[in-house]
Structure formats: structure tokens, C-alpha cells
Design a binder for this molecule. Structure first.
Ligand code: Z5A
Length: 202
């Protein structure tokens, strides 16, 4: 089973994934925890390029999109597809929905560009996606308490509001795959809500 986790910054994806990882391990399940952009040494290098702040040269939106997909192609090929073929559960922090939300809804790139990349380079979509949803300000406050901000975290509220509406659009379009979790709750409550959806699916 392939499960992805989506949402704007600081909503608690990493926290929830950690809890689910432990949960599956306790059940004796073979589970892989991974993330995007990243998940392999090469894809992590691409992540470094994507998140670092470069004051000398601004990254174009197209470059950003293509780097996301270069990392994803490597990640799918080396980690996600092999793990799924071995019958493992894959928990992935972000996947293609982030590209729609950030690069299309957020940056304003065309859906056709994204569709082209998905059709040609994404052979497997998640079986289930948890969208952790909370007001933008809440996640931004949580993320900012951690210290230095990466290139995405330096964006303004309006950008993240567009990103959030991108996730909402996917949720409306694909309610079977994408389940919305109320991320304003405590970590324990979010975990319990996720488990109740999993009980329906597994
Ligand atoms: N990106 C993109 O543009 N296009 C793509 O296709 C992909 C990604 C794949 C890196 O992602 C950036 O890449 C991302 C979008 C872009 N940028 N942004 N923004 P990332 O996932 O690494 O970055 P992130 O979203 O900023 O992750 P994050 O800040 O680590 O947030 P999180 O994982 O959702 O939250 P957390 O680490 O679990 O929690 C944050 C803090 O809140 C932490 O102190 C927790 O203890 C606390 N927390 C967590 N849950 C709760 C609850 N329920 N209550 C109270 N406090 C909580």
C-alpha cells in the first residue's frame, strides 16, 4: 500500500507519519518511510537545490517543477516501486499533489505541464492520501518556531493560501483517494482520525 501525506508547511505531516510508522511496525508490517523531494541520495541532493536560498540567481518556476520531477523519477525508480513490489507499505511525505498545489495553484504553472509530467513519469499514484488541513497561519507559526526558513518557507501567506486551495481542489476531485484530516487537533487526535480511515481501507 502506498500512502502519501500532504498539506501546507508545518501542519504536522512528519509528526503523523512517525506515529503511523511506529503503528505499522508494532503490527509487524514491513514499512518504508520516505519523503519528497528526496528519498534517495541523489534525490536528496536535488532537494538541497530546491530548498536552498540563492540570492544571486532566482530559480524559475519551470526549473522548480522539473527538479521536483527529476527527484521524483529517481525516488519512484529506486525506492517506491521496489518497496511496493516487495509488498511493503510505503509512507511518503508529499508526492504529486504537492506539485499541483505548489507549482500550479501556488506558482501559477499550467495544469497541462503537470499532466504531461504525470502521464510520462509517474507510473504509480498513492492508494490513499492524507491531506492535513489547517489555517495557514497555524502551520506557519509551528514551522517558524523551528528557526531558519528554507526557500519555500519564505513565501507569503497569500502563496500558501493558493496552495491550500490547490489541495482543496484535489480533495473535491478525488474524495476516495484523498482524505482530509483536521490538523488543528492534537497530534493524538490527528493520528486517531487517520487510523479510522485506514481501518476502512486496509
Ligand atoms: N514541494 C513542492 O513545492 N512541490 C512538490 O512536488 C513537493 C514539495 C514534493 C519541502 O517540503 C518543500 O517542498 C515544501 C513544498 C515543496 N515547502 N513548503 N512549505 P517539506 O515537507 O519538507 O516541508 P514542510 O511542509 O515545510 O514540512 P514541515 O515544516 O516539516 O511540516 P510538517 O511535516 O507538516 O510538520 P511537522 O514537522 O510534523 O510539525 C511542525 C511542528 O509542529 C513541530 O514542532 C511539531 O512538533 C508541531 N506539531 C505537529 N503536529 C502538531 C499538532 N497536531 N498540534 C500542535 N503541534 C504540532
Amino acid at each position: 500500500m502506498f500512502i502519501s501525506f500532504e498539506g501546507t508547511e508545518g501542519v504536522g505531516k512528519t509528526t503523523l507519519i512517525g506515529k503511523l510508522f511506529e503503528h505499522f511496525q508494532t503490527q509487524g508490517k514491513d514499512v518504508v518511510l520516505t519523503r519528497e523531494p528526496g528519498g534517495t541520495p541523489l534525490a536528496e541532493q536535488i532537494r538541497g537545490l530546491l530548498l536552498s536560498v540563492n540570492h544571486d540567481e532566482q530559480m524559475s518556476h519551470d526549473t522548480e517543477l522539473l527538479l521536483m520531477y527529476a527527484a521524483r523519477a529517481q525516488h519512484l525508480d529506486r525506492v517506491i516501486l521496489p518497496a511496493l513490489a516487495e509488498g511493503k507499505i510505503v509512507l511518503c511525505d508529499r508526492f504529486t499533489d504537492s506539485s499541483f498545489a505548489y507549482q500550479c495553484a501556488g506558482r501559477g504553472l499550467s495544469r497541462e505541464k503537470l499532466q504531461l509530467l504525470n502521464e510520462n513519469f509517474v507510473s504509480r499514484m498513492p492508494d490513499l492520501t492524507f491531506w492535513l488541513d489547517a489555517p495557514i497561519e497555524l502551520g506557519m507559526t509551528r514551522a517558524r518556531e523551528r528557526g531558519a526558513l528554507d526557500r519555500f518557507e519564505q513565501e507569503k501567506v497569500a502563496f500558501f493560501a493558493s496552495v491550500r486551495s490547490g489541495f482543496a481542489e484535489i480533495h473535491t476531485r478525488e474524495p476516495e483517494r484523498m482524505k482530509r484530516l483536521d490538523a488543528t487537533q492534537s497530534p493524538e487526535q490527528v493520528f486517531a482520525e487517520a487510523l479510522s480511515y485506514l481501518a476502512e481501507c486496509v
